[in-house]
Design a protein around this ligand. Structure first.
Ligand SMILES: Cc1cc2nc3c(=O)[nH]c(=O)nc-3n(C[C@H](O)[C@H](O)[C@H](O)COP(=O)(O)OP(=O)(O)OC[C@H]3O[C@@H](n4cnc5c(N)ncnc54)[C@H](O)[C@@H]3O)c2cc1C
Length: 384
């Protein structure tokens, strides 16, 4: 949306959220390291035309169907947190995808800290209230656990010292933490988290109740705060659309990010995936994928517009140029205590460029804060 030439196109954006969330820093807002406003950018600031140009608008609304007959559409509706159909997750756990989730986590954490000091509370209840359980050892779960343990070591010890020995963070993962990272980085992360007091548990959740979770071996884990972070899958909106689907159920796209079989419909980001017929893998649900697909599509549509296209039914007649090619620039994750991991391999099984020490936290934060659009990331990681 940001890259579209507004002299050629009117832009209409429909979303139930009027801001973009800079998700890599969301975990830091849960414990007050960053303020919520630092990670949210109003859409009107990203693309001013939607609040100024006569033909461009932002509609605060949910889209629940698509009329492909009456035309040109880019679908970028994201994904939804996966719950694997486990009973009680939606009712009792908090996800970490939106600013409202981070606010809810912060509210619950502070409330539990206060409640645990109320006189007359049993030891058992105090331990439960102050047990923060994170499900899912991907980058989000690990980063959030790291932030929480920093918060406990710094703020809780000082400001809630009566209950400092009761608070505990447990990270539960079915396989291994940070499974997409190089094995040495995984070991490093495990050591760092353990040193910070995070309890790592290998387990599979089968049921979530209001005050405890049940693992597949029937172990009961009481909790006061439960954060669910087990990856993302297609949203009900994505599932409901009668478009071809990629493996994994995302909206299927060809090499130019077009949805085949309907004209003038494109899909980018977490909701889209290459069709099996392209021979390309479905790309990871990452901002670095979404951002580059968005830029690619904006450039392509601008070119089509300059050549006199850009109207309904005319994309099919135009030369679309080079197909979209994704080059993975690496992955980063913080693990608390000013430590971070940077994995510069091009793929899971690729080369050996991986780093893990204090300086990485600085690199990570410098990139994240100063360059949310990813230009600096490209330079630093490529020269790494
Ligand atoms: C905590 C966290 C940390 C992350 N860290 C990183 C990281 O370090 N690096 C990285 O590359 N990626 C990271 N990601 C992933 C990254 O945030 C996503 O890949 C990226 O946001 C996907 O962009 P998108 O535009 O496809 O979808 P989204 O950013 O999810 O945007 C989708 C938009 O569509 C709207 N929408 C949904 N349904 C509808 C509907 N029916 N009608 C209208 N609008 C709708 C939503 O409200 C939302 O505004 C992280 C994600 C999380 C949750």
């Amino acid at each position: 949306m940001k890259g579209l030439d507004t002299n050629i196109y009117d832009i209409v954006c429909v979303s139930p959220r009027n801001h973009m969330v800079f998700t890599p820093l969301l975990a830091s807002t849960c414990v007050g390291t960053l303020e919520f406003r630092s990670v949210a950018e109003p859409i009107g600031r990203i693309q001013p035309a939607i609040s100024k140009s006569p033909g461009s608008y932002f509609f605060l609304a949910n889209c629940n169907a698509v009329d492909v007959q009456n035309h040109v559409l880019v679908i970028a509706s994201g994904a939804e947190a996966s719950t694997f159909g486990i009973k009680g997750v939606k009712e009792h756990a908090t996800f970490l995808r939106e600013v409202s989730h981070a606010q809810e986590i912060r509210r619950k954490l502070l409330l539990n800290l206060m409640l645990s000091e109320v006189p007359g509370l049993s030891e058992e209840e105090k331990i439960r209230l102050l047990h923060c359980v994170v499900i899912g050892g991907g980058p989000t779960g690990v980063e959030f656990s790291g932030e929480l343990s920093d918060f406990i070591m710094n703020d809780v010890r000082e400001r809630y010292s009566h209950v400092k020995d009761y608070i505990q963070v447990t990270l539960i993962e079915a396989n291994e933490i940070l499974s997409s990272f190089d094995v040495r980085l995984r070991d490093y992360a495990t050591n760092q988290l353990t040193k910070s007091g995070v309890r790592l548990v290998h387990g599979v959740v089968k049921d979530v109740q209001s005050q405890k979770i049940i693992l597949s071996d029937d172990t009961e884990v009481p909790y006061g705060l439960l954060v669910w972070s087990t990856g993302v899958g297609p949203s009900p909106f994505t599932k409901s659309m009668e478009f071809p689907k990629s493996p994994g159920g995302r909206i299927g796209v060809d090499d130019w990010l077009r949805v085949p079989s309907v004209q003038d419909v494109f899909a980018v980001g977490d909701c889209a995936g290459f069709l099996e017929t392209t021979g390309k893998p479905v790309l990871p649900a990452l901002a670095q994928v979404a951002e580059r697909q968005g830029k690619y599509l904006a450039a392509m549509l601008n070119q089509i517009g300059k050549e006199g296209g850009g109207h309904a039914h005319c994309v099919g007649d135009k030369e679309l140029g080079a197909p979209f090619v994704y080059k993975h620039l690496g992955s980063m994750a913080t693990v608390g205590r000013y430590k971070a991991l940077v994995d510069l391999r091009k793929s899971k099984v690729g080369g050996k460029r991986s780093v893990s020490h204090g300086i990485c936290q600085l690199v990570y934060l410098a990139i994240s804060i100063s360059d949310p659009c990813g230009k600096l990331e490209e330079q630093i990681l490529c020269s790494g």
